[in-house]
Design a protein. Structure first.
Length: 76
């Protein structure tokens, strides 16, 4: 059904007061925000990392972060 055919007549208009009180919803600021970057990884390596993460019940981005942190500590 296209939007133009949706009946919105039973939905009350939002008041100016309601709009003033509205707050953005999302992740709370944790103080540990990570920086978003783009990185190129070979598809085979990415598949391997995803499988490793799945075995550990983690997201693959979390696993990559942990591996990079561990490697950086070894070098430092």
């Amino acid at each position: 059904m296209p939007d133009s055919q949706i009946d919105l007549s039973d939905i009350p208009e939002v008041t100016d007061e309601e709009l003033r009180r509205a707050r953005r919803v999302g992740r709370p600021a944790s103080g540990n925000a990570k920086q978003l970057i783009a990185i190129r990884i070979a598809p085979r390596l990415l598949d391997q990392l995803r499988r490793m993460a799945a075995r550990q019940s983690k997201r693959y981005q979390t696993l990559i972060h942990e591996l990079l942190e561990k490697a950086a500590r070894k070098v430092a």
